[in-house]
Design a protein around this ligand. Structure first.
Ligand code: OGA
Ligand code: MN
Length: 212
């Protein structure tokens, strides 16, 4: 494996993702990317919010897509590698992860999509899987957090449920700056607990060619 100063993952972090996905089906990495990259992404998300560039998120896909604040309360904007060096670097890092997962686990991933997300106080996302009924492309989910010094009572944790028993909560992940959750999109039920402060993140999905 070659390493480059623009890489966002260390070889150890890539190894931890392989272990997490082949073992429990999920893993949380800390200190992904540089503090400068995270600050740049945070500034871009703030600027999008101030310029009205975020849209209320929906649920479902295609004709079934609709806004539903009883299920999720975040606002989003899709990342675009041509929009800024920070977005390009983050998406290149995700491509590095795709290459590694294809090389080691033969997952057959072809590309990624990722959006910024902003949860204002009290927003949440109810338990769900990241797999649409009408589209099986989303295979591995990634959520990257951009919130320095998240307080213990800040709420907004990513809640992960036991794949063998989706009623059972097995982990609560604070959305601390630099943490990255990676999990199997069709197997790991997860939720966002109601947040008590503004919560910034990038949610992404590594995709296979669609089979249906
Ligand atoms: C999602 C999601 C979790 C998080 O956007 O699908 O589950 O911690 N996000 O933001
Ligand atoms: Mn999700």
């Amino acid at each position: 494996m070659t390493s480059d100063p623009m890489d966002i993952f260390t070889p150890e972090q890539l190894e931890a993702v392989l272990d997490g996905l082949t073992g429990p089906g999920w893993v949380v990495l800390r200190s992904v990317g540089s503090p400068e990259l995270r600050a740049a992404l945070r500034a871009e998300l703030n600027a999008l919010r101030e310029s009205g560039g975020l849209k209320a998120a929906g649920v479902g896909q295609g004709g079934a897509h609709r806004r539903n604040e009883d299920i999720r309360g975040d606002s989003i904007a899709w990342l675009d590698a041509t929009a800024s060096p920070a977005q390009a670097q983050y998406l290149a890092g995700i491509d590095q992860l795709i290459a590694e997962l294809n090389r080691q686990l033969f997952l057959g991933l072809k590309d990624a999509e990722a959006h910024f997300a902003w949860y204002t106080p009290e927003a949440f996302y109810k338990p769900h899987l990241d797999r649409f009924r009408s589209d099986d492309a989303r295979t591995v989910s990634t959520v990257f957090y951009l919130n320095p010094d998240w307080p213990e009572d800040g709420g907004g944790e990513l809640e992960i449920y036991d794949p063998e028993d989706p009623e059972r909560l097995i982990a609560r992940v604070p959305p601390e700056d630099g943490s990255l959750a990676v999990f199997l999109s069709d197997r790991i039920w997860h939720a966002v607990a109601p947040t008590r402060r503004d919560r910034l993140s990038i949610a992404g999905w590594l995709r296979r060619p669609r089979l249906h």
